[in-house]
Design a protein around this ligand. Structure first.
Ligand SMILES: [Zn+2]
Length: 488
């Protein structure tokens, strides 16, 4: 059952519009929604009303959005839905989906590790509004058995038959550039619109240039793996005792890769010029690694208490026996190295942006204290930190994503005729992205005494179906409470 409400017609009154196309905000406007689409956008500012004497649209249901901003629904391009394990407790997927929707996220791209069949079922149920969930774009997990070009082509066809939208690949050392080329070629032929998301492990033979030249516009690169590697003349200066299988080693040395590559700025530029030329997409997913530059920050985020479920908290906790929990041995020097890394990384994110590259936004939830929904809003803040204007950041997190997923209908942003995927935000995200966090913001009265809670995405509309974000968050909070207290 979905808690989303469908109306014969719906009008959002007096909203400021950020349309997701990189153009400036305007309003207030009345937005009429019918049959899952935006039927009309009517300017109701005083000049328009005086000049055109327009009648304001009427509808079965009215949402009062005075003082609020609307954007297209956000897209989280990098998530892992834990179906196969109990990482999020008994309500695992429901818990994650509620948190996404509560942050204005109307589409998620799942990047493997789950069971693809189950996700495909959820995708279908979400499309019919039979479950409370964002729209799900399923990337099938690349099968490790494929060892040749021919086996690669067969594997892609099998994935198409299964019904996935694209491929998530973490290439093992046996994956060659010819195989990546065949993967992309076959994906074009059979029609996998979401293409290939690649995460280059440091120990594979491929890098960003090789994969980009092989898969071109079908490829999106996750994080930064493979990019500084392609710029270095040889390998990174690993110490003699380095062991890739040891995650402390792996993430510690990863903190130095951009600093080393930065000695070769011309080579880095060449790498990016190749990605730009090939129209390869980049999803830097900066947020998930923020714990490396400030472990205390990610561990003490204000939403954990109310919204992070005990089981997930345990899965985040440092342990030599679990992936991405290497903080039992994390030092001041590691955080400093990562702080340098972020500065250089962000500089090149900006370079890619400035030169017309397609950036998208992802969270890689739920790892390293990055929580569903909240983490994508943080990613928007990190994009702003990289020097990108908030109006452009909204475009990155909305229409750019749909463009890279080849979902033509949703690439035009908020305009008449477009599907009604809308986030209605209590506040102005261009002024402060923090108003989008489920925990909201406090508004301090000028008398120095009153503190009023405000902010938050108030409603999320997915294909015309209305979700009340406060209701979603309340449900999550009750679930988190029911699963018991977390160990500090
Ligand atoms: Zn991931």
């Amino acid at each position: 059952m979905s808690i989303g409400k469908q109306y014969r017609s719906l009008v959002i009154r007096d909203a400021m519009i950020v349309n997701g196309k990189g153009t400036p905000p305007y309003g207030p406007c009345d937005i009429l929604v019918q049959d899952g689409k935006i039927k009309q956008i009517q300017n109701v500012d005083s000049i328009s009303l005086a000049r055109y004497k327009n009648e304001r649209p009427e509808a079965e249901h009215v949402i009062d959005a005075k003082g609020m901003y609307v954007t297209p629904g956000l897209v989280d391009m990098h998530v892992h839905i834990n179906i196969a394990d109990d990482k999020c407790g008994p309500k695992g997927t429901e818990y994650a989906y509620n948190l996404f929707l509560a942050h204005g996220i109307t589409t998620i791209r799942t990047c493997g590790f789950g069971t693809d069949e189950k996700l495909l079922e959820h995708k279908r149920l979400s499309e019919g509004n039979e479950i409370t969930a964002p729209r799900i774009v399923v990337l099938g997990s690349w099968p490790v058995e494929a060892h040749s070009v021919e086996e690669t082509r067969i594997a892609v066809r099998k994935m198409k038959e299964m019904g996935v939208d694209g491929i998530k690949s973490i290439p093992r050392p046996h994956v060659t550039s010819e195989m990546v080329e065949a993967m992309a070629d076959e994906a074009r032929k059979v029609g996998l619109p979401a293409g290939i998301a690649i995460h280059h492990p440091v120990n594979c033979d491929l890098d960003a240039v090789i994969s980009s030249n092989a898969a071109k516009e079908m490829l999106s690169i996750e994080h930064t793996y493979g990019i500084p590697q392609a710029a270095l003349p040889g390998t990174q200066s690993f110490p003699p005792g380095y062991n890739y299988a040891n995650e402390v080693d792996r993430f510690r040395m990863s903190g130095y890769i951009w600093t080393e590559a930065a000695k070769y700025p011309d080579r880095i530029r060449k790498v990016f010029d190749t990605l730009l030329e090939n129209k390869t997409v980049w999803d830097p997913t900066m947020v998930v690694y923020e714990g490396h530059r400030d472990y205390q920050r990610v561990k003490s985020l204000p939403w954990h208490e109310r919204y992070t479920v005990r089981q997930l908290w345990e899965a985040y906790s440092p342990s030599p026996g679990r992936h991405a929990t290497h903080f039992f041995n994390w030092k001041t020097s590691d955080e400093i190295a990562w702080k340098h890394k972020y500065r250089i990384w962000m500089k090149w994110v900006k370079y890619f942006f400035d030169n017309g590259g397609t950036l998208v936004a992802g969270s890689d939830t739920a790892f390293i204290y990055a929580l569903f929904g909240f983490a994508l809003i943080r990613e928007l803040e990190l994009y702003q930190e990289a020097g990108i204007h908030p109006i452009d950041v909204i475009q990155i997190a909305t229409t750019n994503a749909h463009k890279s997923l080849r979902d033509e209908d949703r690439t035009h942003g908020l305009r008449q005729g477009a599907p009604a995927d809308i986030a209605i935000i209590d506040g102005n995200p261009l002024d402060n992205f923090k108003v989008m966090y489920g925990t909201g913001v406090n508004i301090y009265g000028e008398d120095g005494k009153t503190v009023t809670p405000g902010g938050g995405v108030r409603w999320t509309i997915k294909g015309g179906v209305v979700f009340d974000c406060k209701e979603l968050l309340e449900e999550v909070a009750e679930y988190v409470k029911s699963q018991g207290p977390k160990k500090p």
